[in-house]
Design a protein around this ligand. Structure first.
Ligand code: ATR
Length: 280
């Protein structure tokens, strides 16, 4: 029997904006678990010491967020296949005293689409906008689901190439000017860039060339309805916001630390939305 209360954390720099404590706090209350989920602001200089100190307690594990996900990947003793493919760790836990790392972003992305847009794999052709860490997770999810033709489109072609080279056949790299042609047979379009976020530049893409059966998904969740998703809805396409992925990616960590697989409920979604609307 583990010592009670069970304690988990989210570690980033800065960390005040993280909504993860709202999500895990909701599940802890819902399941009547005596435990906590705490924010830890740890600078890049202190991060390695923070991770090495974890074996002394008091935490059963935690989430790792910006800017530490890639460093965490290098520091853990063992990784799951998703973290290995993505090269970043967002969830850590102990197994037989060993510090293990996983990446739940790909799971969260696919689980959310499964719940709100079943059949989202469409014709197996996906176009991914952006080539950063978030794009790596999305491409991993798409490959796991055996999508045949994954096009990574990025402002900087060299970054798209580095990303496509990480993965097996079926992932290609393109510049933004190739988009009109690529969209004509794309049944899943995903924005993984920060464009469309509140206060930043909007993502302006002509969606008229997408097939009528296409799904458009954005990982940005503030605002919930980004200009890209608004355009998709106006065109009568299925639009999937980024909040669902945020909620679903939290499920595997909670299950590992607290021993219960939690559910993403509409009540949880409303609570996190209200928190987002309050701002920082
Ligand atoms: P993350 O790890 O969160 O995905 P990132 O590594 O900073 O973040 O990647 C951000 C992505 O958004 C990149 O693909 C970036 O394009 P570049 O590789 O060309 O930098 C893309 N991006 C950000 N701002 C952009 C803009 N104004 N126009 C086009 N692409 C942009």
């Amino acid at each position: 029997m583990a010592d009670r209360p069970l304690r988990a954390f989210v570690c980033g720099h800065p960390i005040a904006h993280s909504r993860s404590p709202v999500i895990h706090g909701y599940w802890l209350r819902q399941h009547g678990i005596e435990g906590s989920y705490e924010r830890r602001d740890v600078s890049p200089e202190q991060f390695a010491d923070f991770v090495r100190g974890l074996s002394d307690g008091p935490f059963v594990g935690g989430n790792i967020t910006i800017p530490h996900k890639e460093t965490a990947y290098k520091l853990v003793e063992q990784c799951d296949t998703a973290a290995e493919a993505i090269g970043a760790v967002n969830t850590i836990w102990f197994e037989d005293g060993r510090l293990c790392g996983g990446n739940t972003d790909a799971y969260g992305f696919a689980a959310n689409l499964d719940s709100v847009a079943p059949g989202w794999e469409g014709n197996g052709i996906a176009t991914v906008l952006g080539a950063g860490g978030a794009a790596r997770a999305i491409v991993q999810a798409l490959q796991q689901r055996e999508m045949q033709d994954i096009r990574v489109v990025n402002r900087t072609l060299s970054r798209a190439k580095v990303l496509s080279d990480r993965f097996d056949d079926g992932v290609s790299a393109h510049t933004l000017d190739a988009l009109p042609e690529l969209l004509s047979d794309t049944t899943l379009l995903i924005n993984t860039t920060s464009m469309g976020m509140a206060g930043g530049p909007p993502l302006q893409i002509e969606l008229s060339g997408l097939p009528d059966s296409a799904t458009v998904s954005d990982i940005v969740y503030a605002p919930l309805i980004t200009p890209l998703l608004r355009d998709a809805v106006d065109r009568g396409l299925k639009a999937v916001d980024g909040l669902g992925m945020l909620l679903h990616q939290a499920v595997p960590g909670f299950e590992r630390w607290f021993g219960v697989k939690p559910e993403v409920t509409s009540e949880l979604r409303e609570i996190v939305l209200a928190d987002l609307e309050k701002g920082h």
